[in-house]
Design a protein around this ligand. Structure first.
Ligand code: HEM
Length: 449
């Protein structure tokens, strides 16, 4: 038996609806059809799972029965190859084992100063009354942070061109996933040429980082050194292509999502002065004017709630997909091998069954014990199981330190008349950025001191 789902076109199924109104379609599927909704993208069957237990089954309990979605892999192959995000099986396990130590909490604690320093440098460029796109600012910042912490590279002078190239890469990848037919990449269409040029900018940046380290033959003890020197159980190192794929994956996955989380957080704060006031009070109380350190994080509890709540309303990874390797039973339906299952943090984070007034920005809902009140996979911004985000603690630490540093010294206001819209591509981005006016706080001399 096939689960219920929205009616689609004879040939392309629900592809057009999905392309035009992704979030609304998935939300309405949850509201209308319940735990499992069926869709078809061309010949491919898709099952949208809206029950946390089914999501847990796919991501955790029966993770070995699923691959990552093939369409995402095909579309990202040229850009990120077979890095941690897309690799499978024993190869993925080996790579994850190699990379994981770089994200151990003792090691990431050392990155705190870099995170705060780059944020402070960004704010030194900001002036009161200035208008800036906060999405762009956060992208630049998180890109600098990931390059410095993981690869000891300062890419400050190139962030604009890399950021633009990554945007083109993300847009064209999303187009390729949702287009029923896309022309091969070697055909010189305008979009293919743009995509190739963008890929070259990213490739050159990453190769420069890797080559500079190779030439210096230094072991700086960072992730790049670990990759260059890493060996598996039988003493084999990685090929140049494998090193490239891991570095580019970590570079992109390591800044894009956190930048979106921070941009959406600022957007929400600008609309909720009462939350902003509470946040600033906490920052003043805990820091008393000095810049934050990793040691302060345990006390910046409201800051952490604000980030959690922003990632609930705007989860940067808004959709997670898998392909069933064998037939599986989910929500009472037999899901045939080869089908795609789709799990959306966005949908689950707005599910009225698990969240009181789901549309309301209410950081207080993350009071101690919140995890005991809802099923585990009603809130999963970082995924789960063996493929859970390897950088989740890095991201949480970064988001908290950056937010505390910004809000200590500035407040931001939305520019009147500018509409902010979601653009759910691979990540949940703001469509036309988030233009905001900056206002430096009067007591910010304390922070500078
Ligand atoms: C707010 C920030 C972030 C969010 C919301 C986020 C979200 C996610 C999610 C949902 C997944 C799982 C995807 C799936 O199961 O298909 C994932 C995987 C991954 N993330 Fe993150 N991420 C964030 C930050 C980071 C950072 C800072 C890094 C690295 C520095 C990173 C690196 C990765 C990698 C390498 C994977 C693949 C892991 C694997 O499959 O073994 N992410 N992320």
């Amino acid at each position: 038996m096939i689960p219920p789902g929205p009616k689609g076109d004879f040939l392309i199924g629900n592809l057009r609806q999905f392309r035009n109104q992704r979030l609304d379609l998935l939300l309405s599927n949850m509201q209308t059809y319940g735990d499992v909704a069926y869709m078809r993208f061309g010949p491919r069957s898709l099952y949208q799972l809206n029950n946390p237990d089914d999501i847990q089954y796919v991501l955790v309990k029966a993770a070995e029965k699923f691959y990552k979605s093939p369409s995402l892999k095909r579309a990202t192959e040229q850009a990120i190859g077979e890095g941690l995000l897309t690799s499978e099986g024993d190869f993925h396990k080996r790579q994850r084992k190699l990379v994981q130590p770089a994200f151990h909490h003792n090691r990431i604690a050392k990155y705190g100063n870099v995170m705060v320093d780059y944020t402070a440098q960004m704010m030194d460029r900001w002036e009161s009354g200035q208008q800036r796109d906060m999405h762009h600012e956060m992208m630049r910042l998180t890109m600098q942070i990931v390059a410095k912490t993981l690869f000891d590279a300062d890419i400050s002078s190139k962030t604009d061109s890399i950021g633009q190239a990554i945007s083109i890469g993300i847009e064209t990848t999303a187009e390729r996933i949702t287009q029923p037919l896309s022309l091969p990449e070697w055909i010189p269409t305008r979009r293919n040429i743009e995509r190739r040029q963008a890929a070259e900018v990213v490739t050159n940046t990453i190769l420069n980082i890797i080559n500079a380290r190779r030439e210096s033959s230094q072991d700086t003890g960072d992730l790049l050194s670990m990759l260059l020197m890493g060996e598996d159980d039988i003493g084999e190192g990685m090929t140049d292509k494998q090193i490239y794929d891991e570095v580019v994956t970590l570079f992109i996955a390591g800044h894009e999502t956190t930048a979106n989380a921070l941009a959406w957080t600022l957007y929400l704060l600008a609309q909720h002065p009462e939350v902003e006031a509470k946040l600033v009070d906490e920052i003043q109380m805990v820091l008393g004017g000095r810049t934050p350190t990793v040691g302060d994080l345990g006390q910046l509890r409201y800051t952490d709630k604000v980030i959690k709540e922003a990632m609930r309303l705007y989860p940067p990874a808004w959709i997670i997909t898998r392909q069933a390797i064998e037939n599986v039973l989910l929500g009472g339906y037999e899901i045939p091998a080869g089908s795609v299952v789709l799990m959306s943090p966005y949908v689950m984070h707005h599910h009225p069954h698990y969240w009181h007034e789901p549309e309301k920005f209410m950081p207080e809902r993350f009071a101690p014990g919140w995890e005991d009140c809802i099923p585990k996979y009603a809130y999963f911004p970082f995924g789960g199981g063996p493929r859970i985000c390897v950088g989740n603690q890095f991201a949480i630490m970064e988001a908290n330190l950056v937010l505390a540093t910004i809000m200590q010294r500035c407040s931001v206001a939305l520019m009147p008349g500018k509409k902010v819209e979601t653009e759910p591509l691979i990540t949940l981005r703001p469509k036309h950025g988030i233009p905001m006016t900056i206002k430096k706080r009067e007591n910010s001399h304390l922070a500078l001191a």
